[in-house]
Design a protein around this ligand. Structure first.
Ligand code: GLA
Length: 719
């Protein structure tokens, strides 16, 4: 890692280099620190100092490249920070004071830049944590003042990037919107002048309608293997806002942070306000390369146990909903063993007595076993699971409360609701006020009690099904505008406590589907639930899009009865991530059960490549009759290629060979179709097919998907 602070007579140049890229910060004559470069790193780092001079400064246009744009002084672009000083003045100027660089490890470095207002005792420190090998940067800011009284932060972004305008092609934004059961719908378009904002104001389930993750391509939309592309996302599980401002000089300013809507933050003298991190990576080799960088970074540094193992499971949500008892569950535990998965996951409906959880209208908040359904409690189920040779996991939604619950009656002041307005429900429930430390203790206690009483409990699915309406915290009193920020920090406090006590236990991040998939939360979880939509045809698209940001090991893919596809297709689609089942095993035919059992054995042999290997998206479901995606393990000795027909019209299918990627050209691979349904043959026939990596990557192989073979899984083993 190289950070060479080079002080010329007038300016300071700070290059932030990673393996392939550089960000360059440089002061101007007025000591403003500008971001003058983000792109491929230069061979001669001495040339970074020359960059700024190549651009004519449009000094009188009000357009600047501030590294963190303040408002109310000389910069007239969209601000990263807006404040109201203790004396009521609203102007802020930030100039460079100093910077330090420290090494966190061989791979990781931390640059801290201090900026100060020359007039007010107000300071911003910008943090750049860089991961050299992965080309990833996490950037955040810490804001502090020593004014005589409280300063209001009106806007307080995490990061402010500036991309220099290029020739004619402009900047292309790929963004995501969605809704329940239709998460991560992509759109890509050229940015026009002015400001484009993507944001969320939902409080919880913040990604339900829009995501903070995005890609910006330079010149033209990047493809998988070509083009310059910046990927970014905020590590924050609440309201976010990302502004893209294309200014009159054709430069793009990206400002990402907590959404300041209704969220002015009151900061006392001497107290630090730390923003969440904004995460980004850049590649000039297309979206595939950028994704692999993010996926590898996430496995090494962010998600819990990213290099470790995961549990396959059988979930009972869609097979029983709320309707179960000990006898039914005993049968399901046997089915778990019979199927050959590691764990049984008991979903919603196991708790509540005075308000039994027999539907989604009661019981949330009362986390005691329902005595009618489970007279012998969770502990007997954990034991029974063990007797069957499987592990046991459980669903909770601890941030929520139904008005029909003992908790709501005992602690109305713990609930987010306006004191003088009628309550408004989302899925018949309200959100608990995690800004309140007592509520944090309660939520931590829900998890802690489960593990204390049942030390062998092996897995938790943490759900969050409601958004925040009528935002008001009885606890926050005069600081109501802190509620959205303090809620999320309260949630993180709880998750930190959970992880301090239970560092490795698998936790699934669920939010009525994928309403809360972000790296702010995922640093406490082992996996996430992409969508309640488990129709495998839909899942091909949903899982495809999440893969741009998240590694396969984090994607919980369950085989269910949604959709019209045969069991083989459903299993093949679930296999491209972390595999699970949510079907009635007793309803499977002998062949179907045998197929699932043997697919799980195949998965066992391939899971290292799927979970820890490199992923290559070969053929997009948006552009082709069939989607193809593959994974290669670290030493390129094993790979798997998944192919899914997504268009079922007459004659649809893979017509030409699909070129594989990431293999060793000099290795010979035995190619075999796996997950072949009993009684059907392999699309490859009976030939013992051995091909070189060279051939497979330059000529390719036709997986022969068609309306009869709607999904084909090919395994490649070096011989
Ligand atoms: C949410 C989850 C589902 C299921 C139900 C239970 O909708 O996304 O998977 O757990 O809650 O109520």
């Amino acid at each position: 890692m190289l950070f060479a602070g080079r002080a010329a007579a007038q300016d300071v140049t700070i290059p932030v280099e990673t393996q392939h890229n550089a960000i360059v910060l440089q002061t101007d004559a007025e000591k403003h620190l500008n971001m003058v470069y983000l792109g491929a790193k230069l061979a001669n780092s001495a040339e970074y100092a020359r960059i700024q001079k190549m651009y004519k400064q449009a000094d009188d246009s009000g357009v600047q490249n501030d590294v963190y744009t303040p408002s109310g002084s000389a910069s007239l672009g969209e601000p990263a920070i807006t404040v109201t000083h203790a004396d009521g003045n609203k102007s802020l100027n930030l100039t460079y004071v100093s910077h330090t660089v420290s090494k966190v490890s061989d791979d990781v470095s931390l640059l801290v830049v201090t900026l100060k207002d020359p007039v007010y005792d107000f300071e911003v420190k910008l943090y750049y944590k860089t991961y050299y090998k992965e080309d990833v940067t996490e950037q955040w800011s810490v804001i502090k003042h020593n004014e005589k009284g409280v300063v209001t932060l009106n806007k307080y972004a995490s990061a402010n990037l500036n991309l220099k305008g290029n020739t004619t092609g402009g900047f292309w934004l790929k963004q995501y919107h969605g809704n329940w059961a239709m998460e991560v719908q992509p759109e890509e378009a050229r940015l026009t002048h002015g400001i484009k904002t993507i944001d969320s104001k939902l409080g919880t389930r913040a990604n339900l309608y829009e995501h903070s993750m995005f890609a910006i391509s330079l010149d033209k939309p990047a493809t998988e293997d070509e083009g310059k592309v910046l990927y970014g996302a905020l590590e924050w599980s609440g309201n976010f806002r990302v502004d893209f401002e294309l200014d009159v000089t054709n430069n793009l300013k990206i400002i990402a942070g907590i959404n300041n809507a209704a969220s002015e933050y009151h900061l006392k003298p001497g107290v630090e306000f730390t923003t969440p991190a904004f995460l980004y990576t850049y590649s000039d080799h297309g979206k595939g390369d950028a994704s692999r960088k993010l996926q590898s970074w996430a496995r090494q540094y962010k998600i819990v146990d990213g290099n470790g193992s995961r549990l396959t499971l059988l979930n009972n949500w869609e097979s029983t909903y709320f309707d179960f008892n000990e006898t039914k569950l005993a049968g399901l535990l046997k089915d778990t063993k019979k199927l050959g998965v590691d764990l049984f996951l008991l979903d919603d409906g196991w708790f509540g007595n005075s308000h039994p959880r027999n539907g989604d209208n009661a019981g949330l908040g009362d986390w005691q076993e329902n005595k009618q359904k489970l007279p012998n409690g969770i502990s007997s189920l954990v034991k029974e699971a063990q007797a069957n040779g499987v592990k046991f996991g459980i669903w909770i939604e601890p941030e929520m409360v139904n008005p029909a619950s003992d908790l709501y009656k005992a602690h109305p002041d713990w609930v987010i609701k306006q004191p003088n307005r009628p309550e408004k429900y989302f899925r018949n429930q309200l959100v608990l006020d995690l800004a309140n430390p007592k509520v944090q203790d309660f939520v931590f206690g829900v998890v802690d009690n489960l593990f204390t009483k049942n030390p062998d409990l092996a897995y938790i699915k943490w759900d969050c099904n409601a958004v925040i309406y009528n935002a008001y915290s009885a606890y926050l009193k005069k600081d109501q505008s802190h509620i959205y920020v303090d809620y999320v920090n309260g949630l993180y406090n709880v998750l930190k406590r959970v992880r301090a006590k239970y560092p490795k236990v698998p936790l699934m991040l669920c939010s009525g589907g994928g309403g809360r998939v972000d790296y702010g939360a995922l640093q406490y979880f082992t996996e996430y639930w992409p969508s309640d939509n488990t129709d495998p045809l839909e899942r091909v698209f949903i899982q495809w899009e999440y893969s741009f940001f998240y590694p396969a090991i984090t994607s919980s893919n369950h085989v269910t009865d949604w959709g019209k596809q045969p069991i083989k297709y459903r299993v093949d689609v679930a296999m491209m991530g972390k595999m699970g089942f949510d079907i009635v095993i007793g309803k499977l035919s002998d062949n179907e059960l045998a197929f699932c059992q043997s697919a799980l054995k195949n998965y066992d042999g391939l899971k290292d490549a799927i979970w820890h290997g490199d992923q290559y998206r070969l053929a997009s479901p948006w552009d082709n009759d069939a989607a193809s995606i593959m994974y290669v393990n670290a030493d390129k000795s094993k790979a798997v290629m998944f192919n899914y027909l997504v268009n079922n019209r007459y004659g649809s299918g893979t017509k030409v060979p699909v070129r594989l990627k990431g293999l060793d050209p000099n290795k010979k691979y035995r190619v075999k179709e796996i997950n072949v349904f009993p009684g059907t043959g392999s699309v490859l026939g009976n030939e013992d097919l051995v091909l070189t990596g060279d051939f497979l990557m330059n000529v390719g192989i036709n997986p022969e998907t068609n309306t009869y073979h709607t999904s084909v899984v090919l395994q490649l083993e070096a011989i």
